[in-house]
Design a protein around this ligand. Structure first.
Ligand SMILES: *Cc1c(COP(=O)(O)O)cnc(C)c1O
Length: 417
């Protein structure tokens, strides 16, 4: 459920026509619906209302400060994967006791910053990382709360690039080795073992991989509890999918049902790290048609947004819906929607039946709120686009369009060149 809807022929975000935002800020731009963000968080949270839980929104999906602040206002915490994300969490006043830190390559400096900030726990992904966190905590005179990220070896049935919980993945510690590593962790004086963590992948559209993972993790939690480990948190990661095309992912309520069932009686606080499901369908990328080119083999709609702005189609071949901002034309064509970048991989849609767009028309790329702006780059020296938040009839620029000066910030030409 989101708040992007047509009123007559005009596509609106909440109470604002996208064409009016385009007139105000130019194109391309990202636009996020505040009501949708709030609704997604509340739907997720209320699904788990009956059990102790903590929602740690995964910052990497969309890390704009205004988006983060929206979630903090709804009592969310954060899942961070870098020092930069910790910095963002601090900028919006997130309670550090609601921050978990994931990722296979935390540096000593990042670990130290997180300890100083007083985060809830580190989701640890290797033995060497256990030793490093222990050493850094010792130097700072702190105790580090930790969970071990366990790899339950289940197939999430998603794209291989976003599948993270199988044996050959770089993530986590194999479940067969986990007990040994927990014993090692318990022997390190500056660590406090408080949790078990797993995250098996992203854009999951079936419940069965979650069910399989929980069954395996449940056994481990019980074994650890029997050995006297004080496991207080069970972090089940993120991964719940969304509808891009015709997927029918489980609702948060369906997801909650199997999770609550699978974790019954463990006496732990459940931690979740949802990313995509919170923000994906709360955002669109709006772009203008520069040229329509009718080729012999193919038609091309050339737009002013490109793979540097939204890289998912180029990176994963993923589907993003293409909608007319003004749908008064009912004629359609089959075309590729492509950007100005000098790469054949620069497309937003391929062989797609879309509105027969004309030069100057606006189109909206749907489901662009997650892994959209955060994965964008300056490739081809393109300025990163503005991010807009709509709340009711308010239009708020939450990140300005970059300037040409922004593009060369930090660069210098050494004397004598
Ligand atoms: C990316 C990531 C998430 C969020 O995944 P979504 O599929 O966007 O919900 C959660 N936890 C970890 C460890 C991640 O790397």
């Amino acid at each position: 459920m989101n708040y992007f809807q047509y009123r007559d022929n005009d596509l609106f975000c909440e109470d604002v026509a996208l064409k009016d935002i385009a007139a105000q800020v130019g194109t391309p731009f990202y636009v996020y619906s505040h009501a949708t963000l709030s609704r997604h968080l509340e739907a997720f949270s209320s699904a788990f209302a009956d059990v102790p839980h903590l929602i740690c929104y995964s910052i990497k999906a969309n890390s704009n400060l205004a988006v983060l602040k929206t979630f903090v206002s709804h009592n969310a915490g954060f899942d961070i994967v870098s020092g930069g994300e910790l910095f963002r969490a601090q900028q919006v006043g997130c309670d550090p006791a609601k921050i978990v830190y994931s990722g296979v390559g935390k540096t000593e400096a990042e670990i130290a910053d997180a300890l100083q900030a007083g985060i809830l726990m580190f989701n640890v992904e290797s033995r060497q990382e256990l030793d490093t966190i222990n050493a850094v905590a010792g130097r700072l005179g702190k105790k580090a709360g930790i969970a071990i990220r366990v790899n339950p070896d289940v197939d999430p049935q998603t794209h291989p690039y976003i599948s993270t919980g199988m044996k050959k993945a770089k993530f986590g510690i194999n479940i067969s080795q986990a007990l040994d590593d927990y014993r090692l962790a318990a022997s390190l004086p500056n660590l406090e073992v408080i949790g078990v963590d797993c995250h098996i992948g992203s854009q999951l559209t079936k419940l069965s991989p979650f069910v399989d993972a929980i069954a395996k993790i449940r056994e481990l939690v019980q074994t650890l509890q029997n050995e006297g480990f004080g496991i207080k948190y069970l972090d089940l990661g993120g991964g719940l999918g969304i509808t891009y095309e015709e997927e029918e992912p489980p609702s948060p309520a369906d997801y909650a049902e199997v999770i609550i069932e699978g974790t019954k009686g463990l006496g732990v606080t459940l931690v979740f790290e949802p990313g995509r499901v919170m923000v994906g369908n709360a955002g669109m990328l709006v772009s203008k048609v520069l040229y329509v080119k009718e080729g012999e083999a193919k038609n091309f709609v050339i737009v002013d947004a490109a793979m540097n702005d939204l890289t998912r189609p180029a990176l994963y071949g993923s589907y993003q819906g293409i909608q007319a901002v003004d749908r008064s034309t009912s004629d359609t064509i089959v075309a590729d929607v492509v950007g100005p970048i000098c790469e054949s991989g620069d497309f937003l849609a391929q062989d797609r039946e879309i509105t027969a767009f004309s030069q100057g028309d606006l189109l909206a790329v749907a489901s662009a709120g997650a892994y959209g702006f955060t994965m964008s780059s300056n490739y081809n020296s393109r300025r990163r686009v503005p991010e807009i938040m709509v709340k009711g009839d308010q239009v708020m620029v939450i990140r300005k369009r970059e300037t040409y000066d922004d593009l060369i910030k930090g660069e210098s030409i050494p004397e004598g060149l």
